[in-house]
Design a protein around this ligand. Structure first.
Ligand code: HEC
Length: 138
């Protein structure tokens, strides 16, 4: 009798663990960015849990959209990201530029100008999507 209770307990605990591992869609696997979704997010007027001004409020794609007075052009992001900071891959550099913008400040621009809390306002998935998109903008 006791053995059965113990056994059912073990089964319960194991299934609960399996449920948490698979449930909610937030699995432990790496988050894979979606380029199309990232482009859509990047071009929104407002973005994130605090509806802050979106990326394109400051970033123009290139000279055809305006100047670089507020932020570096989006065009060439992936190319510049490659080797911008020794030790960081292009992907890591772009992510860092978004979640911790003052860690490396692009020459000719000021620290503190970029919105500082995207890392909290955007989900891991949204960040991965935006990074995936910017990696396609060479
Ligand atoms: C309030 C204006 C502003 C907004 C909004 C903004 N940025 Fe920026 N961004 C800047 C400025 C200024 C810089 C250059 C200074 C620096 O390096 O932090 C920059 C730099 C960057 C860089 C590095 C560019 C390079 O050439 O190395 C990336 C990548 C970037 N931003 C992505 C984003 C993304 C993605 C968003 C939206 C989630 C965003 N930015 C929203 C102002 C802004």
């Amino acid at each position: 009798m006791r053995k059965t209770i113990l056994l059912s307990l073990v089964v319960l605990v194991v299934s609960a663990m399996a449920l948490t591992a698979c449930g909610g869609g937030a699995s432990d696997g790496p988050v894979v960015g979606d380029v199309a979704k990232g482009e859509e997010l990047y071009n929104r007027a407002t973005l994130g849990s605090k509806s802050a001004e979106g990326c394109v409020a400051c970033h123009n794609m290139d000279a055809s959209e305006g100047d670089e007075s507020d932020a570096p052009y989006t065009a060439g992001s992936a190319t510049r990201a490659e080797g911008a900071v020794p030790g960081l891959s292009a992907e890591e550099y772009i992510l860092e530029s978004i979640v911790n913008p003052d860690a490396y400040v692009v020459e000719g621009f000021n620290a503190g100008d970029m919105y500082q809390t995207w890392g909290e306002d955007l989900s891991e998935q949204e960040l991965a999507d935006i990074v995936a998109y910017l990696l396609t903008v060479k």
